[in-house]
Design a protein around this ligand. Structure first.
Ligand code: HEC
Ligand code: HEC
Length: 311
């Protein structure tokens, strides 16, 4: 009898040892920096928590690629999963394609790196990193979701598309719009509002200018690109700005200081492909830098059209 009790007790003790040993091994495995799986879900997390995963909030300095605390989702609203301006739903169908800015064909990873170097004021993410592959997988996944969506859920919930006013943008009028309609969230000095006391958690309201914003080579610095976005998406939850207000406030935020990217003079090797509202020189025309920054743009377009006709 006593012998049986000892065997049962020993079995129980052994069982406890095995289970706790397994738990210990599992804990020590997950607490190591296991290479992240490049899943679409990981990609979605990177678009939302960009600063923490591949930015200044990342503990491993070598993994800090983004140079600001913005998230991709600061501009690509709802991590791009919302139809309309800067949605990423149809992006996968657009690449590879020719980029006038780079002067060569680029794929989706090159395009993501375009936003990494400019919108995120950072550096190139290695093309074959788990993080790059995960973001690509997420965007491909969005494309599949879009194909499966019904016609009605594809419709963007946005005001009528921005129509460019035929005049120079008025920076002072833009300041008045800013104070009345933007300052509450984005701050008196465009500095935004951090989500928590720890800036590495990113922003509740992202900055629109200053040292932690997009740099001067980003698409958002173009007055027409930002005007289109602002008319469609801002003020968040209450998008009622006119074309004129969107145009002027876009010029106002883009007249403020922001990080500067070097080498911008090498963009658009064929300068005739440069967008009319690209705010930095050189240009293949005689219009002033001011006019490229603030318009009116119709005369610049007419000039390039006349060149094409003459050919
Ligand atoms: C400051 C705003 C901003 C941020 C932040 C930003 N982007 Fe963008 N992104 C843009 C703009 C503007 C465009 C260009 C739209 C156009 O061509 O008119 C763009 C274009 C893209 C495109 C191409 C879309 C298409 O359909 O052709 C991809 C992909 C993309 N961004 C990914 C990202 C990723 C990933 C991040 C984060 C690492 C990011 N972006 C951060 C503003 C931003
Ligand atoms: C109710 C708060 C709120 C107001 C008011 C508001 N925004 Fe925003 N804005 C946001 C949020 C939040 C985001 C980031 C997107 C997200 O998280 O969904 C954003 C993003 C942006 C972005 C892209 C991200 C960046 O950092 O550049 C621009 C540009 C912008 N807003 C401009 C404006 C302008 C111009 C106005 C005034 C006409 C305005 N916003 C008013 C909340 C607001």
């Amino acid at each position: 009898m006593l012998e049986r009790k000892v065997i049962i007790l020993a079995t129980i003790v052994l069982g406890i040892l095995i289970v706790s040993g397994a738990v210990f091994v599992q804990r020590s495995l997950t607490s190591d920096r296991v290479p992240a799986a490049a899943t679409a879900e990981y990609g979605r997390q990177i678009l939302r928590q960009t600063a923490a995963i591949i930015g200044p909030g990342q503990a491993d300095p070598e993994m800090r690629y983004s140079g600001s605390h913005l998230a991709c989702a600061s501009c690509h609203i709802n991590t791009g999963a919302e139809p309309g301006t800067l949605s990423l739903f149809q992006t996968s169908t657009r690449y590879p394609r020719f980029s006038g800015r780079d002067g060569r064909e680029g794929d989706l990873r090159d395009r993501i790196n375009g936003c990494m170097e400019r919108s995120m004021n950072g550096r190139l993410l290695p093309r074959d990193s788990a993080e790059m592959i995960a973001m690509e997988a997420y965007i491909l996944d969005l494309g599949n979701q879009y194909s499966a969506m019904g016609e009605s859920s594809r419709l963007p919930d946005e005001p009528a598309a921005f129509k460019e006013p035929d005049r120079m943008a008025d920076v002072e009028a833009g300041e008045i719009v800013y104070q009345a309609r933007c300052e509450l969230c984005h701050g008196k000095n465009g500095e935004g509002l951090a989500a928590t006391v720890d800036i590495n958690d990113g922003y509740l309201f992202p900055p629109l200018w200053g040292s932690d914003s997009y740099n001067n080579g980003a698409g958002m610095t173009r007055v027409l690109t930002a005007g289109r976005y602002i008319k469609a998406r801002m003020p968040l939850g209450n998008t009622d700005l006119s074309d004129d207000e969107s145009y002027d406030v876009s010029a106002y935020i883009n007249s403020q200081s922001r990080p500067e990217k070097s080498g911008l003079e090498n963009d658009y090797p064929d300068l005739t492909r440069k967008p009319v509202d690209s705010p930095y020189p050189p240009y293949a025309d005689q219009f002033s830098r001011e006019q490229h920054r603030l318009g009116p743009f119709a005369p610049i377009r007419e000039y390039y059209d006349s060149l094409k006709e003459a050919q």
